[in-house]
Design a protein around this ligand. Structure first.
Ligand code: PMV
Length: 337
């Protein structure tokens, strides 16, 4: 992150004098209109806007402290990480522009409450929590828009994880990415539920950055994607404003399948589906045909996330006994198994 592309960071952060041990926490989010494709890999600038919902209770908590005359020390879930481990190397690289001097290092302790069984990527909550911790450590008092912009540099989807509830990440047009940040959609939806359906939680064969690049460069269908995604973002905004669940569900499921269609149509093909993913999709379609309104979305992995309303929760628990239910907008309890 030392390239001149990062000069703009110093227009956002007021200084580099750490004042205390900082802490931050953020939830993971799932996109209902997906981010798939970068126009700038280094700055994580997307080819389309995206829209997400945050999953309360599933996220990352991080503390950070600057130590003079030291190297970075990173622990993940109480386990020390070796500097050459990909998790630690990526984090130290991200921190380059935030170092007060080259002699010291950051001490970072991070905990993910994302259960491995959920099969959710934690980089979104991870980089959002890290940026919130930096803001606290340096006492910058940045607004959420600036924090979203900085989190984006760690992981694109992290730009949306600085908010609870629904968020929209604006694609932006500027080369330096100053107009590419997420904003909260200030609308709750109390009976909307998300179900996590675990298919396989082993490490995915192709990471999202590589998958995106392969699709952008080698898929003829990809040309249609950015426009399709932008249209879906607008439709979802209206579905949220009107609490139109049918519009929300149909748009989200179609958006996810359209994204996967671009992956399948790339060469060499990228397929995150496993036989059990397809079987679960067919079960969702069958339930819908029988009158239960349930939809799914899928990211760069084989696991499904179901969208449904509270009234159908019991029925879905019966159809999918391992379903982990998230309550994105209810105050009482955030998750039930
Ligand atoms: O932020 P990344 O690089 O992990 O990419 C996320 C890509 C998807 O999860 C497939 C879609 C999205 O918008 O979250």
């Amino acid at each position: 992150m030392s390239s001149s592309k990062y000069q703009f960071i110093h227009n956002i952060i007021p200084h580099l004098s750490p004042s205390q041990k900082g802490q931050g926490r953020a939830n993971v989010n799932i996109a209902l209109a997906k981010y798939w494709g970068k126009r700038d890999i280094e700055l994580n600038l997307p080819t389309n806007s995206s829209l997400s919902i945050s999953l309360p209770g599933l996220g990352t908590e991080t503390t950070i402290q600057w130590i003079d005359n030291s190297k970075d020390t990173i622990t993940l879930n109480d386990q020390p990480c070796k500097p050459e481990q990909p998790f630690a190397a990526r984090l130290s690289h991200f921190l380059e522009p935030f170092r007060p001097d080259p002699q010291g290092g950051f001490e970072i302790k991070t905990h993910n409450s994302v259960p491995t069984a959920a099969g959710l990527a934690s980089s979104a909550s991870g980089y959002a929590a890290l940026v919130l911790a930096l803001n606290d450590c340096f006492q910058w008092q940045l607004d959420l828009k600036s924090l979203s912009l900085l989190a984006r540099l760690g992981s694109g989807s992290a730009s949306r994880s600085v908010y609870d509830g629904f968020a929209i990440w604006h694609q932006g047009q500027q080369q330096d990415g100053m107009d590419s940040f997420a904003e909260k959609i200030d609308q709750a939806w109390s009976n909307l539920k998300i179900g996590l359906l675990e298919i396989d939680i082993s490490e995915k064969p192709i990471g999202s950055t590589q998958g995106m690049q392969q699709t952008v460069n080698h898929c003829e269908l990809y040309q249609a994607w950015p426009q399709k995604a932008e249209k879906d973002v607008v439709t979802l905004q209206s579905a949220i404003a009107n609490q139109d669940f049918t519009l929300l569900g149909t748009t989200a499921e179609n958006n996810a399948l359209s994204m996967h269609a671009t992956m399948l149509a790339t060469w060499p093909p990228i397929c995150y589906f496993q036989p059990d993913s397809i079987q679960a999709m067919q079960q969702v379609w069958q339930l819908r045909a029988q009158g239960t309104e349930v939809y799914f979305t899928m990211d760069a992995g084989p696991n499904l996330k179901l969208l449904f309303l509270e009234k159908d929760q019991q029925q879905l628990k019966e159809s999918f006994p391992n379903l982990k239910v998230i309550h994105p907008f209810s105050v009482e309890s955030e998750t039930t198994t």
